[in-house]
Design a protein around this ligand. Sequence first.
Ligand code: BGC
Ligand code: CA
Length: 341
Amino acid sequence: MRSWKRAVICILTVLSGMLGSCASGSVPVKTIKIGVTIYRKDDTFIQSVDTYLESEVKKKEAESGKKIVLNIADSQSSQAVQDDQVDRFLSKNYSVICVNMVDRTVASTIINKAKKANIPVVFFNREPVEEDVRMWNKVYYVGADAAQSGTIQGKIIDNVFHENPDLIDRNKDGKIQYVMLEGEQGHQDALLRTEYSIKYLIESGIQVEKLANDTANWQRAQATAKMTQWIKQYGDRIEVVFSNNDDMALGAIDAIQGSSLKRAPVVVGVDGTQPGLEAVKDSSMLGTVYNDAKKQADAIMDLSYALACGQKIPETVELKNQHYVYIPYQMITKQNLKDYE
Ligand code: BGC
Ligand code: CA
């Protein structure tokens, strides 16, 4: 073989080795480092996103033959702690950072730093304001359309109310007396679920009467405390408990089961977490709304991998307005529970 041919073959071999499985035209990357920071480790829904991220990384490693380091840091509900974690990821030259904001209104601080370091950012679950997301073309958000989850909660109640009004309207006054357990103040999911669940009922011609509403910060124990107080105050007048998530719905159920109420009110949640599904199964919860942690984790990982390799975002990731991925919610009741177990 002529020596120039040998040289060309040699160079091609070396180049293809460097490129590994990051497709042609992309930056050669040997190890991918993904830094994730979550607002709070003991949040049930976020825990399931983490679990799916971990398994998705293993899958991607096997597919690509690349080493992928996934570092998940807990901000313990402190924005200052989270900012430090981001600084550390940036200074250690991570390929991409994924941020579950403690305070979603201050994302611009993180974006500015990341932009300076040219390290892409994927926000998830706690949505920054649009103005911030649009600050840089390497900023993405993965989550779900919160209004849709509220609407589905309304539908769950509406369906039962139409089929069997007595099951809900116990005092037979033609109205639904309800209490609302809200997630953290200012969280897009708390605001929109609260609004759209009731909006749906009103728009479908059902009269509602709010007895009480308050935040329980997404947490089961806080919801038990709130619900215990409301049961004391309103007793059997409570017909429906709307809860912005399953953990708080379960907290309300704990309070109901520990009370002397003659009939348990109807409870609806959001998430479809494992304990949430069990509550639907044993009928202590009428229904919930599937918040697809797996698909959200898949999208976070597909985006992160492509960004780390400098590749185009794959078509499997459905981008809206260039920056957003919204995974659809789904209704879960006893009828279709099997599909989720
Ligand atoms: C989930 C909640 C969770 C919250 C955390 C929401 O989308 O429904 O269960 O606590 O996100 O940010
Ligand atoms: Ca009533």
